[in-house]
Ligand binder design. Structure first.
Ligand code: SF4
Length: 486
């Protein structure tokens, strides 16, 4: 069940959770980040650090589950990783194995019950699960399970996976897991923890990333390699799409449970979600964004005085645009990185500050200039309009807004929080109309071929671009779309 709240539901405040800050409200949002470590004496503390490095993937709740080989220990709470895990809570997480999760709800409400890892008792002993992605046939599977007398303690789609394992008529967890994965449609990068095993899974299309690393002889897993960098782990490889990786005292064992001729790695991981210092789908995010910028400069040969990024996600692409076009780069907008959640309250008084709470134009750089303004995407257009008005107020002569992705015309069903089609400005207005709405002199979107040329997976895997095309690689009845599969 897709979580989809109208701005009106919350008195006009344009996002459903007080933890989401103003300028990020009009963006796509990643669903979650996951981290795991097997056989390390500091498993819980390293998981804490790993989650800290993945905080950008989810700020609503955080949790860690550890195992000492006999019992699972479990701590989770609402808020940032640093808020949830006090010394005493970390001290209660015993054992040498752990998985952790940071959450931004894309299916199920934002409440403690839905925070992960989710832990349940099964025939195979207690199992904890951390999930990044969205099960696109969750409602049907849930109905079937309820008919078979299963009860649910959360409204999250992730619990369905644990229930399917519980329902499998197998004697071994390995076979039960395989049975549980087969009916799932959509996006799922998963980490399971049992008393004595850590298991990593990636869906057959490979929508969401999941990496394997090594630290002091222990195996570590994370959504992004920035988590490895913080703890000093070495990146080894990705969990392959359609693969299950078992980690136990005997070492690492990899098996494939499904094979797809085409993959569907999410392009938005590179365009916006992932950290620029991460390796995602085998490529450094910063370098991909730089290439997107170079490609834009080739596609839009503009004359201008200065290239200015919308910080922070526009920076790498703006550097690429500047290098290719030979137009000087400068930080014409400065971002305040120190806005606490206390400031983010749904009141009219705060809303009047708009993007200025977080972004401030530098008049000395912008005044009298023809500016190429670089941003990663336009979702509803409301925040982009405020940013353009703010830049205009600093006395610029002309604004050419360049977007390092094509127009977003369709929602995501694979683990990204997106508005409905009627709220996506590019689904309802032409480029000229959007430029007029934003108040810019010209508006340019990167072409679809230009996007794919800049991505180029080192192993030749393909990407999901459904939010730009409306054609989906996985279609279920619950998605309620009529378009043919990609
Ligand atoms: S629809 Fe868009 S955001 Fe969703 S997985 Fe595909 S590319 Fe990523």
């Amino acid at each position: 069940m897709k979580h989809d709240i109208d701005s009106e539901d919350l008195g006009g405040w344009p996002f459903p959770c007080a933890y989401r800050n103003y300028t990020d409200a009009d963006r796509f949002h990643d669903g979650c980040g996951i981290f795991g470590i097997f056989n390390h004496p500091k498993a819980a503390r390293l998981s804490y650090l790993g989650l800290y490095a993945l905080q950008h993937r989810g700020q609503e709740s955080a949790g860690i589950c550890s195992s000492d080989g006999h019992h699972l220990f479990h701590e989770k709470g609402m808020g940032y990783v640093s808020d949830v895990f006090t010394q005493s809570r970390l001290g209660a997480l015993h054992g040498h194995h752990a998985i952790g999760h940071v959450r931004y709800s894309t299916a199920g409400e934002s409440k403690l019950q839905n925070a992960q890892p989710i832990v349940t008792e099964t025939l195979y002993g207690p199992i904890a699960l951390g999930h990044n992605g969205n099960i696109a046939n969750a409602a049907g599977l849930r109905r079937d399970l309820i008919r078979r007398h299963e009860s649910f303690f959360t409204t999250s789609d992730s619990e369905i996976i644990l229930k399917l394992i519980g329902q499998a008529e197998q004697t071994e967890l390995d076979s039960a897991l395989r049975d549980a994965l087969v009916p799932l449609a959509g996006a799922f990068s998963l980490l399971f923890l049992t008393r004595d095993r850590l298991i990593a899974v990636r869906d057959p299309f490979g929508f969401r990333p999941l990496c394997i690393g090594q630290l002091d002889g222990s195996y570590v897993f994370a959504s992004e390699t920035s988590a490895f960098d913080l703890i000093g782990a070495r990146y080894l490889c990705d969990v392959e799409p359609g693969e299950v990786v078992f980690c136990d005292p005997g070492g690492l064992r990899r098996t494939r449970y499904a094979q797809m001729p085409n993959h569907a790695q999410c392009v938005f991981e590179h365009i916006y979600f992932s950290r620029p210092d991460s390796l995602v789908f085998g490529r450094n995010v910063n370098q991909v964004r730089y290439q997107l910028g170079r490609q834009m400069a080739r596609e839009f040969p503009l004359g201008a005085d200065v290239v200015v990024p919308v910080p922070d996600s526009g920076v790498s692409a703006a550097l690429g645009f500047s290098a290719e076009s030979a137009i000087p780069f400068d930080f014409g907008i400065i971002r305040n990185h120190y806005i606490g959640r206390t400031f983010i309250q749904p009141t009219q008084a705060i809303r009047e500050f708009g993007v200025r709470v977080k972004l401030n134009p530098v008049r000395e750089i912008l005044e009298g200039k023809e500016v190429v303004l670089i941003d990663d995407s336009i979702v509803r257009g409301t925040t982009s309009r405020e940013i353009c008005q703010m830049v205009r107020s600093a006395g610029v002569r002309k604004i050419h807004l360049c977007i390092s992705s094509p127009p977003i015309i369709s929602p995501c069903f694979y683990g990204i929080d997106t508005p409905r089609t009627r709220e996506l400005i590019a689904a309802n207005q032409s480029v000229e109309e959007i430029a007029h709405f934003l108040g810019v002199d010209s508006l340019h979107y990167l072409s679809h071929p230009g996007l794919l040329a800049s991505m180029s997976d080192p192993q030749g895997r393909s990407f999901c671009t459904s939010c730009f095309t409306g054609k989906y690689p996985v279609v279920t009845a619950e998605m309620g779309i009529e378009s043919p599969p990609a």
